[in-house]
Design a protein around this ligand. Structure first.
Ligand code: AMP
Length: 308
């Protein structure tokens, strides 16, 4: 069983959706990735940073899900990364209201000794130089490096981002960001341009419209599960990435065929994430409900058709 190394923000979020508004709650890319990946019972560790304003109970919750938190640095007198966002009636689009980098501004990540040979590295959303530093600390070449990022880093650190993109195997990115990064509107063309930057596999996330996987001249599509109610899409992209990388670490198979399954696992877990505000739904997720929904996924996408 492979080890999974995760890097990304561990954060406070304030979220507004048509269904309500939260004060500062637990968020962060690595938080969602870790919670999603914990469903695969693989050894995993998060590399991140928080301030001393960060409640111990949140760290304990991650630990209770068997995530190694020893490389989440706590900066005395530091303030935790803060993000606030607002969703409109169409919950596929959101506005970032505020991003306070705080302790992330001077963060030097340290990969724990036991994870320098991790087979799968999930570079979650945060400064591309931090992502790069984590890769440079690996003593063994990972079987698979997956990168997730967002428009914020394209706006403020594009050249650094391109450096890290050149070193990864898989990039997961949402549709708008794929367009921004590539300068192409067509997602097929965008995927081709992004693949030329380095990653052999390009995953484009389309929110409630599913996810696409591109590799050379092959493509695969998985829908998102149609849900009656979506309360809060925050973290869905990270949950998807955590499901994807967790499943690959669990199966130790980096073939295109297996990545299709990883996409379905990612989409399946993301469908839970959006059902409640913040991380609430992911914190208490039980194996049985994950399996049950996977079955629904299968039924949703399988059909017998006769080709004449
Ligand atoms: P997602 O909805 O999957 O795109 O991710 C939402 C999470 O990303 C939130 O919990 C935020 O704390 C975190 N986040 C927002 N902006 C950034 C950023 N610029 N860098 C890293 N993480 C971020």
């Amino acid at each position: 069983m492979s080890k999974l190394l995760i890097v990304g923000t561990v954060a406070f979020d304030a979220i507004e959706t048509p269904f309500g508004k939260t004060d500062k709650i637990l968020g962060g890319a690595a938080t969602y990735i870790g919670l999603a990946a914990s469903n695969f019972n693989i050894p995993s560790a998060i590399v991140s940073v928080v301030g001393n304003d960060f409640p111990e109970a949140y760290l304990k919750m991650l630990e209770d899900r068997n995530i190694d938190i020893s490389a989440i640095e706590i900066v005395p007198d530091g303030k935790t990364f803060f993000w606030s966002g607002k969703y409109h009636n169409d919950m596929n689009s959101r506005d970032t209201l505020e991003t306070q980098l705080n302790v992330l501004e001077n963060f030097n990540p340290v990969v724990p000794e036991g994870y320098k040979d991790a087979e799968v590295v999930m570079l979650g959303n945060l400064h591309p130089l931090v992502q790069l530093s984590v890769l440079e600390q690996m003593t063994e070449k990972p079987k698979l490096v997956v990168l997730d990022t967002m428009n914020f880093w394209m706006d403020v650190a594009l050249e650094d981002l391109k450096k890290v993109i050149a070193k990864v195997d898989v990039i997961t990115i949402n549709d708008e960001e794929a367009r921004q990064l590539s300068g192409e509107y067509s997602l097929v063309k965008a995927a081709r341009v992004i693949a030329e930057m380095g990653p052999k596999y390009v995953v484009i996330k389309k929110g409630e419209h599913g996810a696409l996987l591109f590799h050379e001249d092959q493509a695969f599509f998985a829908p998102a599960l149609p849900l009656e109610e979506v309360f809060d899409p925050t973290g869905a992209g990270d949950t998807f990435a955590g499901g994807f990388s967790g499943y690959i670490a669990r199966t130790e198979d980096v073939s295109f065929e297996n990545m299709k399954n990883a996409i379905v696992h990612g989409s399946n877990l993301a469908s839970f994430c959006v059902e409640k505000f913040g991380t609430e739904r992911m914190e208490g997720l039980a194996k049985e409900e994950v399996q049950k929904r996977l079955q629904r996924f299968k039924e949703l996408t399988q059909f017998e058709i006769e080709l004449s």
